[in-house]
Design a protein around this ligand. Structure first.
Ligand code: GUN
Ligand code: FE
Length: 480
């Protein structure tokens, strides 16, 4: 069985199917109700394939293939701190936990240890593509690119840029120093993967408070010249938003109220727009507290949001209104935001997105901001969050329509998921019957519909259910 999102509203199930992937990892044929004999007799000959040259991957009964997850916001450098945040909120969390750890990864041995692990761990959770933040250290940022390339994980690799307001021990000396280091990482990544099929550079101004307007402008120009993607944070926390207002008055940005910026030249989004950072290739993490005017501006520029519900819950940042983004035409995807987020799993982010949307709905109804029916519409469904985790992510990282689903012409970035089959005697059946043995974490009794099985996976599954993972046709993870 192959399961994938056709749209936000539709999850498609192809039963007894077969997907044919060529040597370059491209899907060249998809057949429903296709047994092995038919595949070999009809499809192989149509494709001109010799049976002896073909590797056949068989899903066991009850297992299913699903597109690989796309994590559109994760700090590889913060992985050792996943789960460690205490009672902090964004700005004190950065100073207490985050900057010291990131600075310490200038040690190449430590960076190798951390980055090797985060790549292995995210692959094990079915993440076939990630938009990573590294640190301000160019050499270890390059190392992260090397490791992703070697492991075969698609990755956008960002050297973090920050020339103000952060501590002396962890701050870029000047915009010029940033540009030199950033160019060095871009050149390195291009040399590692000239086709930019697996690893690509991404321009990464950390967030407005940590960047001078001059730096943001130079980074925007570079991204523009080289057609590179951009990632940053926006409107995550109320104190952060107040800080942006105080740091970037219109006299600093030269921005004037206009229809484009929702008549507010001092909003967070207007500051990025004044610098030229809002583009169709821009991923904005969080966007929890955007105003109507900012949402219009973001939608008009075609920038995408990375919704990070685990992080926003952990750091008490607030509850982002995903339905509200979608209603305004803003493309949405999911980010783990390790280590603001406690989990490297996109499945966990999908689950949290469903739960947070319940709080958004309940809050709107309780505060009288919406009638019950409208409030209920804020709730996201399982199929919607799975869309955000795959197709939405592909849009955000600029890989649509190459990955994110199963269609002829797309590339085989996929995971094989196994659930635990419970036998007649109440014991878990072995893997030969499609169960994950004791390894799986989702019990299936056999009477569940396919949408119910998917819902069980989303709410109770984890990396134990992720049996195999492929990127561009290459097996990049197998659960032993
Ligand atoms: N804002 C600026 N830097 C960060 C970061 O590392 N994580 C999160 N969640 N927000 C940020
Ligand atoms: Fe973040």
């Amino acid at each position: 069985t192959f399961v994938h999102s056709k749209s936000l509203a539709e999850l498609e199930f192809l039963h007894d199917g077969a997907v044919f992937v060529n040597e370059s990892g491209a899907i060249v044929a998809i057949e429903e109700s296709c047994d092995e004999a038919k595949a070999k007799k009809e499809i192989f000959s149509r494709l001109g394939w010799a049976e002896t040259d073909v590797d056949i991957v068989r899903a066991k009964n009850g297992q299913f293939f699903f597109p690989g997850f796309i994590d559109t916001h994760i700090h590889a450098s913060q992985y050792p701190n996943a789960g460690i945040f205490g009672q902090s909120t964004l700005l004190d969390w950065l100073n207490t936990y985050t900057f010291p750890l990131e600075a310490s990864l200038a040690d190449p041995a430590k960076a190798r240890r951390v980055y090797s692990r985060v790549v292995r761990r995210t692959l094990a959770h079915g993440t076939t593509c990630a938009a990573y933040y590294a640190t301000i250290d160019a050499a270890s940022t390059n190392l992260l690119a090397d490791l992703c390339f070697a492991a075969g994980q698609r990755a956008l690799i960002g050297r973090v840029c920050m020339d103000q307001l952060s501590p002396d021990y962890y701050r870029d000396a000047s915009p010029e120093a940033v540009m030199a280091a950033t160019r060095q990482t871009i050149d390195h990544i291009r040399a590692v993967d000239p086709q930019m099929e697996i690893v690509r550079p991404i321009i990464t101004p950390r967030f407005a408070p940590a960047c001078s307007i001059d730096l943001m402008r130079q980074l925007a120009n570079l991204a523009n010249e080289q057609n590179l993607p951009i990632q940053t944070h926006i409107s995550e926390n109320v104190n952060e938003i107040a800080l942006v207002k105080s740091l970037f008055p219109p006299s600093a940005t030269g921005a004037a109220p206009s229809e484009d910026n929702g008549q507010d030249a001092t909003s967070y989004a207007a500051v990025y727009d004044a610098a030229g950072l809002l583009t169709e290739r821009t991923i904005l993490a969080h966007a929890v507290h955007l105003t109507e005017g900012e949402a219009r501006l973001v939608a008009r520029r075609g920038a995408k949001v990375s919704h990070c519900p685990c992080s926003n819950s952990a750091l008490g940042s607030g509850a982002a209104r995903v339905r509200w983004f979608l209603d305004r035409g803003i493309g949405c995807s999911l980010g783990s935001d390790v280590s603001g987020g406690y989990s490297p799993s996109v499945l966990e982010a999908a689950r949290a997105a469903v739960l947070v949307s319940r709080h958004v709905a309940q809050g709107a109804a309780a505060a009288g901001r919406a009638a019950q029916e409208e409030a209920d519409r804020q709730k996201l469904s399982v199929k919607e969050v799975l869309y955000l985790a795959t197709r939405g992510g592909a849009e955000a990282v600029g890989l649509a329509p190459k990955v994110g689903g199963f269609e002829v012409g797309m590339e085989w970035d996929a995971q094989l998921v196994g659930l635990c089959a419970v036998g007649e005697d109440g014991e878990v059946e072995g893997t030969e019957n499609g169960g994950g043995g004791d390894d799986g974490n989702v019990d299936v009794f056999g009477w569940e519909s396919w949408p119910d099985r998917i819902a069980k996976w989303v709410y109770t599954g984890d990396d134990r259910n992720t049996k195999k993972v492929w990127v561009k046709g290459r097996l990049v993870h197998e659960r032993k």
